[in-house]
Structure formats: C-alpha cells, structure tokens
Write a protein that binds this ligand. Structure first.
Ligand SMILES: [Zn+2]
Length: 300
C-alpha cells in the first residue's frame, strides 16, 4: 500500500488560473490526480489546499472547500487537510482558531496544511496556530523558508531556533516539515546562502536535521518534492541512513500539482527496498504505516 501525503489539485471549474504561473501549464483537476495515482500504484492521496495570500489563486490550486468536496466524493482514494492561515479570524493572536479547526475536523479533514504564510515563526500568530492545533490534535504540515518576501512559507533562521521553541512549548503539536530550507539541513556543511537552493555537493558531515529529528519527538518529515529527493539522493549513503534512522517519523509524498509531475522519490524508495537499504517494515512505515498510525490511530 502507498499513501501520498502531499498532493494538490487545481480549480476544477476555472482552469485559466493554472496558467498564471506558466502559460503552458495544464490544469490538474481531481480526475487527473486519480489517473496519475493509478499509474504510479498510489492508493490514497492527501489533498493539501492552498489558502495563504502568498499563493492563493496564483498557483490555481484548490482551496479548502473544493479539496473537502473532492475527498468526500472519493473517500476510498482521497483524504483532505484543511489549510488555516495564522491571520485567519481577524488577524489576531487571540483568534479562537480551534473553533474553525473543529468544523473542518467534523467534516473529515485530518490535518492542517500546507501552511505557506510568509511570517516569522516567532510571530504570536504562529504561536496561536500551534496552540490550537495541539489542543485539537491536528498535525500541521509546513512549507519552511529562510526568506521573507518574494516567496511563501513559514520563516525561520538556520537550524530552526523558533520552530524548536514551539515544538518544546507545545509538545502535543505534531509538525511535518517540508521544502528546501528544511531538507537542506541534512548537510552539516550547509551555508546560509544554500538554504533555498538544490545543492549538489556530497554530504561529508551529517547536518542539523538529524539532531532536530532526534531531539524533538513531535517533528516529522514529508519526503515529497525535489527538495527532499535532492537531499536524500545527493549522497545516497547519508540519505539511506536518514530514512532508516527516522523511518517512524517520515511520510511518503510527491507534491504533485500538475500532470506528469515526475516523482523520482518513488523510485528512490523502491530501489532502497530492492537493494536492502531499508527493511520491508521500514519501507512500509514510510510508505503508509506512519500515516495510518498518526492520522487514523491504526497500528497494523
Ligand atoms: Zn506542495
């Protein structure tokens, strides 16, 4: 079985938004996603709505209601998260975001994300989001960045000092990390200027990501997108040792949002199993069992 924790669909009714970023981009409605899942042997996909003003509309990616409706239409194949901007409910750190979370939870949403608000993680608004997500037991999936402006994602400095404060302050918050700033921490020699890039140099020293994942029981990783594939494949021994060590804290994902999005991570995982870099149980943990355990409470 394979569960993909990171996919997006584009607006079903208004494909013209899909061309905002790229004239040649094709739209990717729910039926196109199901087709790709079938061809890759993916059983279940998690739909991540985009709602933050940094990318709402701009990528033509469906928001909360459309993702929710798609998941209710195909309950065997799709699960939806809800996305809650930390500025939601009148842009105040006093907002009772839990009320909103409970509505989405009752409608079937299993987590929150992909959170892309380009605000510092020190912001009281993010503190409020963490507090409510922890209280409501809703895992939060983040796009992280080191950059303010000209991009999207929650902002933190190298080695994620603000994130780690929040992880400690809210031990019941479950945070799933994603994107270049997160995955590039796999390299102990990473420079500040490399944070938002796809570095190709060999990894000689294990990076701070190992320390952070060891230290905090409530941080997880989503192995989707070019960012993670690059981090794991640039020095495969380091990549395999990371997968092995944290096999109970990682989720398989593709970050599909357009037809024929290449997903080299799927081959990387299959090869790792074939070449005995991972046991079948470690592989299954990453491919679906962690999802079942964390999101549905199933332990099989
Ligand atoms: Zn994404």
């Amino acid at each position: 079985m394979i569960v993909d924790i990171h996919t997006h669909i584009t607006y079903g009714k208004y494909p013209q938004f899909s061309k905002l970023v790229d004239q040649n981009r094709k739209d990717f409605p729910v039926k196109a996603l199901l087709k790709e899942m079938d061809s890759d042997g993916i059983d279940i996909s998690v739909l991540l709505p985009l709602v933050n003003p940094e990318n709402d509309g701009y990528f033509g990616v469906a928001g909360n209601i459309e993702c929710l409706e798609a998941a209710r239409k195909y309950p065997e194949r799709l699960v939806s998260f809800c996305n809650i901007d930390p500025r939601c409910m009148l842009n105040t750190p006093k907002a009772d975001l839990g009320k909103l979370m409970r509505i989405y939870k009752d409608l079937g949403c299993r987590g929150i994300g992909e959170i892309c608000a380009n605000l510092p993680l020190e912001s009281p608004l993010y503190d409020n989001l963490f507090r409510h997500a922890a209280e409501e037991d809703m895992p939060i999936l983040f796009h992280f960045t080191g950059q303010a402006g000209g991009t999207y994602g929650a902002i933190d400095a190298m080695h994620f000092p603000a994130l780690q404060k929040l992880l400690k302050k809210y031990p019941h918050a479950k945070v799933i990390g994603h994107a270049m700033a997160f995955w590039n921490e796999i390299d102990g020699d990473m420079k500040e200027s490399d944070r938002e890039t796809y570095p190709k140099n060999q990894i000689k020293k294990k990076g701070y990501l190992f320390t952070m994942m060891d230290k905090h029981p409530n941080i997880y990783g989503d192995i989707s997108a070019g960012s993670c594939y690059n981090a794991l494949s640039r020095t495969p021994e380091v990549g395999h040792s990371f997968l092995k060590r944290f096999n109970k804290k990682l989720f398989f994902g593709t970050d599909r949002f357009t037809p024929k999005t290449p997903s080299p991570i799927l081959n990387f995982m299959k090869e790792a199993l074939k070449n005995k870099k991972l046991t079948k149980n470690e592989y299954d943990n990453i491919m679906y069992k962690n999802f079942k355990r964390i999101f549905t409470g199933e332990t099989k």
